[in-house]
Design a protein around this ligand. Structure first.
Ligand SMILES: *[C@@H]1O[C@H](CO)[C@@H](O)[C@H](O)[C@H]1NC(C)=O
Ligand SMILES: *[C@@H]1O[C@H](CO)[C@@H](O)[C@H](O)[C@H]1NC(C)=O
Length: 925
């Protein structure tokens, strides 16, 4: 207990100091393989492909790759590798390089892919002059140069779009057996490596890593010709477009609980998604580095001013634009997917085709979430709930952080503070609200705690380097961690979420898995030691080191396994009828299939509000559209203006939740001056008015795999001015949002791409780009609707989203230069999987000068919604029609219209059409 007390004291002493303790986390030079291999830049790659070994079978070319020392005249083969190039569906290739005959199997990341990728056709075109040329069914060519090995991927214009190993940084460190004593019999120093510091053990501060398998790093460089920028590889805090890393450290991907993380940094934080996109006017392409070990990524953008031009010429042969990247991981194999684009949307979709999309969320989860560490008891929850009604602020869920549990033992309640959880939840659901509770993966080592007793008895914990249950320190004190890699453990864990195993919960209690990097307060870099042992399916003949995986192999996907087990549990507890909501802090490729994400423990400062946009944009293009930041900031207290701007910004971000640290002053909306409360109310109402727009975007994401929150360049790939923009973004292709993120702002500069016009959503005043100065008062949220789009709204104020189900719609039609516009609307029951049985409506809405139509776009799909059309607002109307008639179900009704001359807005009043069936409005002039 003494150690625990110390940890507690240390944790609370640090609060108040305003920046991360950088010393706790490794720099590249403190990370053995990064230090060893970052300078590795051979003149010529040792890797070459044996042309005689080539075999093309189906969509796969396989071949032997060998390493040969360039200086060796005898060309002795140093090591043999198995090479595979696969053509995959939708313009994607996969390149794999593993040892041909490793001492024991190397780790292959298990859970990132959403099943086996779909195959495409691959045809061998030629094999001569040391080159192999292949083509997929779309016509993308691949040129493999055999010596030294190089892969060029050509776009459909026959231009080189991606090159692998151009910079000779391909590397797979062979696994070797450790010798007790290094012998150097012939005196040529060949065995020196065994002595080399760090090969068989490493130390960071007081933490010793036993490295029983020795060095096993992998590396590969990528060149993107013609690219202006590269993007992706979240989670970092330094902006959407990635920067050249030649000074300072590379970008790091290693899921870590970084206390009071800092901005503009390439340090690792909670999430790691190793997908990178390169974009320029010619094309967008991407690469996905399929590896779950600690990873460092260097970037050199030759188009950036700060890379000296002589070097640019030397390296790129005069190419004006080019970005180079290099992926370096501690273990695993070389496994890289190449996404051929060619538009940004194509590349984003190609990535989600591999790793999955976010399933349709329950509708409430797109509403507003109220969280705090902690709502302390049932009376506190009741009072917060009631105050939202007193102050007329819509809200969909109240969250409980770790203090609801009995001494941080998850799946239990503190019976003093929360004696009647089922009744507490029922009180919320009576108003259409939900509850979300936290369950962290660390398990208190407490005698009598069923979870600990079961896990100990059944051997369900992650093991330490000696094979004993690993013990670390976290919120409950001494803790152990379930080894979700064992299917039996995951199954057991999933079952803990059954209603009978977690009393007080119901289908309306949803989940939050925090601390799942995993966070270990006393571990190296606040996480699990790399030499901890994870389950590996037993295999004949594999024993010793080969019988388990080390934490170093799987680290970045630990959280994903935790989420999968939780997600399974939430589905199973309700017999697969209800859609669960789940939030995570740790992120890896594929996380989007199970969970929403948030950007972790941020700070109540303007700069963190601003950072929420690029951080979520990076996550969104890496598959995780359902992203948000703690509204108000987790640490410190936001004054009224910052709090107002934060609500206004977050009301237009996918995941909308207020959260705060236990030591900070309470900050529910009504605790501010009345004027601020009113502004927060207004921001939340704006969110709820657009809930169906959000819901439709999330539905479309499940179909097309495109992000919900989008960088401008996704829709304006030919407009270079959009490439670096990350302080504004698009929702779908319809709304452009530019949140106010500075104190005392009286105006903001907004970039409006394309031809426009862009209509201010508050005034319907059209604006033409590319740049405008938007005056802002404290109540203004700069949001613009693109001409040519139709956005559904619901204007009635309710307590929660569930109570809006049958409310009428307003359709806002923003006209383009041709007086036309298009939109869509998705409607279902908001909470079950019945939409998979065709119980939904997906409507296409079109407006032309002569008629407006609402048609059900999915054949056979129906949903008996009571919602109806209350109003059509047409912005940008130049010639007003003389009359308008609605037709539905064979009946015709003349509609009343009002034309607002000042801003060219036509309002059609009370069409009263049912949204369950098609309708048409015809105009006469
Ligand atoms: C549920 O609501 C009722 C009526 O407001 C209240 O009396 C009761 O204490 C609430 N129960 C809990 C557990 O909060
Ligand atoms: C308007 O119509 C013309 C002719 O059909 C078309 O070329 C143009 O792209 C349209 N403009 C917009 C903004 O849709």
């Amino acid at each position: 207990m003494k150690v625990w007390a110390l940890v507690l004291v240390a944790a609370f002493v640090i609060i108040g100091i305003s920046a991360v303790d950088k010393n706790k986390f490794k720099t590249c030079s403190q990370s053995g393989f990064c230090k060893r291999l970052r300078p590795f830049k051979p003149e010529k790659s040792q890797y070459s492909l044996n042309l005689d070994s080539i075999l093309v079978h189906g969509n796969v070319l396989s071949a032997e790759v060998v390493t040969i020392d360039a200086a060796d005249e005898k060309r002795t083969v140093l090591w043999k590798y198995a090479f595979k190039l696969s053509a995959l569906a939708d313009g994607t290739f996969r390149v794999e390089l593993d040892e041909a005959d490793p001492l024991y199997p190397r780790y292959r990341t298990q859970l990132a892919l959403d099943g086996e990728p779909k195959a495409d056709g691959l045809k061998l075109i030629s094999k001569d002059d040391g080159k192999v040329i292949l083509v997929n069914t779309q016509g993308h060519k691949v040129i493999i140069t055999s010596e030294p090995l190089k892969l060029e991927f050509l776009d459909l214009n026959g231009e080189v779009a991606v090159v692998l190993n151009e910079n000779s940084q391909l590397l797979v460190e062979p696994l070797r057996a450790r010798r007790e004593k290094v012998e150097d019999e012939d005196g040529d120093g060949a065995n020196q490596l065994d002595d080399e510091e760090g090969t068989w053990s490493e130390t960071f501060q007081s933490h010793h890593d036993s490295k029983p398998r020795g060095n096993e790093a992998v590396s590969l460089d990528v060149v993107f010709p013609d690219a202006d920028h590269v993007y992706g590889i979240p989670e970092h805090t330094d902006g959407l477009a990635l920067k050249t890393t030649t000074s300072g450290d590379p970008y790091r991907l290693y899921n870590l609980d970084v206390f009071e993380y800092i901005l503009d940094s390439r340090m690792a934080i909670y999430g790691s998604v190793p997908v990178m996109y390169a974009h320029g006017p010619k094309r967008t392409v991407g690469v996905f580095w399929h590896n779950s070990a600690e990873t460092w990524i260097d970037v050199v953008n030759y188009g950036e001013g700060n890379v000296v031009s002589s070097l640019v010429n030397l390296v790129t042969g005069g190419q004006k634009k080019r970005v180079d990247a290099r992926f370096l991981s501690e273990s695993g194999i070389v496994d890289m997917f190449v996404l051929m684009g060619s538009t940004p949307g194509d590349a984003f979709r190609q990535y989600t085709a591999l790793t999955g999309t976010t399933p349709l969320p329950p509708k409430f989860s797109l509403g507003y979430h109220q969280c705090r560490w902690n709502y302390m008891d049932e009376a506190d929850v009741r009072s917060v709930d009631e105050n939202f009604d007193v102050h007329d602020i819509p809200m969909d869920s109240i969250w409980l952080d770790i203090e609801y549990t009995n001494k941080k033992m998850y799946f239990t309640w503190d019976v003093v503070k929360f004696p009647r959880p089922a009744e507490m939840v029922a009180n919320l659901t009576a108003k259409g609200r939900k509850m979300v509770v936290i369950v962290d993966p660390h398990i208190k080592r407490e005698p009598g705690y069923f979870l600990h007793e079961d896990a100990t008895e059944l051997g369900y914990y992650v093991k330490d380097r000696d094979g004993k249950d690993y013990e670390g320190w976290c919120w409950p004190g001494s803790s152990s961690y379930p080894d979700f890699f064992n299917p039996v453990v995951s199954r057991y864990y999933s079952d803990r979420y059954r209603f009978e195993n977690f009393p007080g919960t119901s289908k309306d209690v949803h989940l939050w898995n925090d601390m799942n990097e995993p966070s270990v307060f006393n571990g190296p870099e606040v996480t699990m030691p790399k030499d901890c042992r994870h389950y590996k399916p037993p295999q004949d003949g594999l024993e010793g080191l080969a019988a388990y995986w080390e934490h170093r192999h799987v680290h970045n996907e630990y959280g994903l396994w935790n989420l999968r087990a939780t997600n399974t549990g939430l589905l199973d507890r309700a017999d697969g009828v209800y859609r669960p909501f789940l939030l995570t802090r740790a992120v890896f490729a594929g996380t989007q299939r199970y969970s929403a994400v948030w950007t972790g423990d941020n700070t109540a400062e303007w700069s963190f509000l601003a950072a929420s946009v690029p951080m979520c944009l990076s996550l969104a293009i890496a598959g995780n559209s359902f992203c948000g930041s703690d509204v108000g900031g987790f640490f410190k207290y936001p004054e009224a203006e910052l709090m107002t701007r934060w609500y206004q910004a977050a009301a237009f971000q996918p995941f909308f939740r207020a959260h705060s640290h236990i030591e900070t002053k309470r900050r529910e909306p009504w605790l501010y001056p009345a004027a601020t409360t009113a502004l927060i109310r207004d921001a939340n109402r704006k969110r709820y008015a657009l809930l169906d727009f959000w819901y439709t975007l999330f539905y479309e994401h499940t179909v097309d795999g495109l992000p919900v929150m989008r960088p401008l360049f996704q829709h304006y790939p030919d407009e270079p001015a959009t490439y670096p923009i990350d302080d504004q973004y698009l929702l779908g292709d319809a709304l452009l949002v530019k949140p106010v993120t500075t104190a005392g702002a009286s105006s903001v500069e907004v970039y409006l791409p394309g031809d426009g016009p862009w209509y201010d959503v508050d005034t319907y005043v059209p604006h033409k780009g590319p740049r405008i100065t938007q005056p802002v008062t404290i109540s203004k949220i700069p949001v613009y609707q693109r001409g040519g789009t139709i956005v559904p709204r619901r204007e009635r104020v309710r307590r929660s989203s569930a109570l809006m189900a049958d409310d009428p719609f307003t359709l806002v039609v923003a006209l383009d230069a041709n007086n036309s516009a298009r939109g869509s609307l998705y409607i279902d029951d908001g909470e079950t999987y019945e939409y998979k049985n065709n119980k939904y409506i997906y409507a296409k809405i079109e407006f032309g000068p002569d008629e407006m139509t609402y048609t059900l776009a999915s054949e056979g799909a129906q949903y008996p919604t009571g919602a109806w059309l209350e109003r059509v607002v047409v912005a940008g109307i130049r010639a007003a029609p003389r009359s308008a008639r609605l037709q539905q179900d064979g009946r015709q009704t003349a509609l009343q219209m009002t034309l607002h001359k000042g801003n060219d807005v036509l309002v059609l009043r009370k069409p009263a059409a049912s949204m369950a069936r098609p309708w048409t409005i015809t105009f006469a002039y």
